[in-house]
Design a protein around this ligand. Structure first.
Ligand code: PHE
Length: 342
């Protein structure tokens, strides 16, 4: 009898089979339990022999059940461990991650380059007032420069002298920096600007970085050195030649547009002093003394220079994009093509 049970237990091949056998043998109405119940009706002598035998059987069957159950559970765990093992040497699917936009990338590069020259980063509001965007920059009402800026105006609100506008350049940050702080000043101000204009090289929103230095004894030599140092660092070459072309901005006097010597050999733009072309990259000049005055500073003490660069344009020159509009369409194939996607 014991042998029968042990054989059946040994043949059980899952923990639930073992459990079924336990119920069948030792459960409330199990076979062995039933046999044990008959002990009460036996004579003392009979009980002594049969009882001892039955108890031994119960213990043996119980022990066999336990060890079979443990063995089966251990085997099951082993099987799971092998089957569900993770191969950490397999290549990982990273899915899609984000990447930096070329405009942000160039802004970061500029901030870093100018930080090395002691420039802090300043900001101003994109919704500007007439005074900061125009008047304080020596562009009074009816000045032709106002119409050249293709300004987006807000509706005039009650109690306002002049309606608000979307800033047309980052130059109002010059004004805010001079009126809010004390010279000496060395800042750059990157940010969005807006003009009602759109074609392959113009978008209604684009990016500029303004530069402003105000200190004692500042002259054009400082401006030229600063710009040269910046262009060399940005285009990662010492082979740079700049040309300052006389120009006009109401807020700088004298004013200069700055070109960099380049070559278009093979349809590819290269910044090089060997080139036979020039590429305009920015507007600049010595801060007009009238602007310094309007900001409440004494122009016989404080002089300075300023410059304004198109960030998107710089990105196009450095990374080879041809259509400005695509900067703002969010097409990942475009950024990937120019090396800005993972
Ligand atoms: N604000 C001018 C523009 O948007 C650029 C500029 C800035 C020129 C500073 C001179 C000095 O065209």
């Amino acid at each position: 009898q014991t042998a029968d049970w042990l054989a059946r237990i040994a043949a059980a091949d899952s923990p639930s089979d073992v459990e079924a056998l336990r119920v069948e043998a030792l459960g409330k109405s199990g076979a062995i339990t039933a046999q044990l119940k008959t002990l009460g009706k036996m004579s003392p002598e009979e009980r002594q022999t049969t009882g001892a035998a039955l108890n031994r059987m119960r213990q043996e069957v119980q022990a066999a059940l336990t060890s079979r159950k443990e063995a089966l559970e251990a085997a099951e765990l082993d099987r799971k461990l092998t089957e569900e093992a993770v191969d950490v040497s397999l290549p990982v699917d990273h899915g899609r991650t984000g990447s930096v936009h070329p405009v942000s990338q160039v802004m970061d590069e500029l901030a870093e380059i100018f930080a090395d020259l002691g420039f802090a980063v300043a900001t101003g509001p994109e919704i500007e007032d007439d005074w900061h965007n125009f008047t304080a920059l020596n562009i009074p009402e009816h000045h032709p420069a106002r119409t050249m800026h293709d300004t987006f105006w807000f509706p005039k609100e009650e109690g306002e002298d002049a309606p608000k506008l979307l800033r047309t350049h980052t130059s109002p940050v010059q004004i805010r920096t001079m009126t809010d702080g004390e010279p000496p000043i060395r800042i750059i101000a990157p940010g969005r600007v807006y003009r009602s204009d759109s074609d392959a090289t113009h978008t209604p929103m684009f990016h500029q970085v303004e530069g402003l230095v105000i200190d004692r004894g500042i002259h054009m030599g400082h401006l030229k050195w600063t710009l040269e140092t910046f262009v060399k660092a940005f285009f990662e070459t010492d082979d740079v030649e700049l040309r300052l072309r006389p120009s006009y901005f109401p807020f700088t006097e004298p004013s200069a547009e700055v070109d960099v010597r380049c070559s278009f050999a093979g349809g590819k733009l290269t910044i090089t002093s060997d080139g036979d072309d020039w590429m305009e990259i920015l507007g600049s000049g010595m801060v007009n003394r009238r602007v310094i005055e309007m900001c409440g500073l004494d122009p016989s003490v404080w002089q300075g220079f300023a410059f304004g660069v198109g960030i998107d344009r710089l990105a196009m020159l450095k990374y080879g994009m041809t259509d400005l509009r695509q900067f703002f369409e969010g097409d990942l194939r475009w950024s990937g093509h120019y090396g800005f996607s993972p």
